[in-house]
Write a protein of this length. Structure first.
Length: 102
């Protein structure tokens, strides 16, 4: 289900020019938004306390980006995902697309 007016990755990327994320974004998309804005800590804070598979998947990506592969792999397992063999940017784009379109 789409909670935001954004429906494409391009629209999501355009929103990075804003000072705050769209209020209708899911927590996972807010995390990815803050990550793209260069605020890893705030991105991590969005999902760190959550245990659902969707949040675990974003959490895994963030730890992969951080360079903590062991912790990332733990969160990928919690999300029932595998660490992808793509660039971080490609994974970020795939995650945004996934969470925009559920």
């Amino acid at each position: 289900m789409i909670y935001s007016k954004m429906q494409t990755v391009t629209q999501f990327k355009t929103s990075l020019n804003d000072s705050e994320p769209d209020a209708g974004l899911t927590v996972q998309l807010k995390s990815l938004w803050y990550d793209a804005k260069g605020n890893w800590d705030l991105a991590h804070a969005q999902v760190d306390h959550l245990s659902d598979p969707e949040s675990a998947w974003v959490h895994a990506y963030l730890h992969r980006k951080e360079g903590d592969t062991g912790n990332a792999d733990y969160w990928y397992r919690r999300a029932a995902q595998r660490r992808p063999a793509v660039s971080l940017q490609e994974e970020w784009t795939a995650l945004v697309d996934h969470f925009l379109h559920g």
